[in-house]
Design a protein. Structure first.
Length: 53
């Protein structure tokens, strides 16, 4: 279930995620997903096509 209160990641979430993906790729690590959790639910970057494999 995607939380309705947090239906979009924050700018900080986006920045952190893309830095994480970029850093991991320099080590040949593929990031399959980044999930941000909240008390009301979660946000999956992969479910929203923000991570391309």
């Amino acid at each position: 279930m995607v939380s309705t209160k947090y239906s979009h990641p924050t700018e900080q979430d986006l920045s952190y995620t893309f830095k994480l993906v970029e850093s991991a790729s320099t080590l040949s690590i593929v990031t399959l997903d980044h999930i941000v959790t909240y008390p009301e639910g979660y946000y999956s970057f992969r479910d929203h096509d923000l991570l391309i494999l």
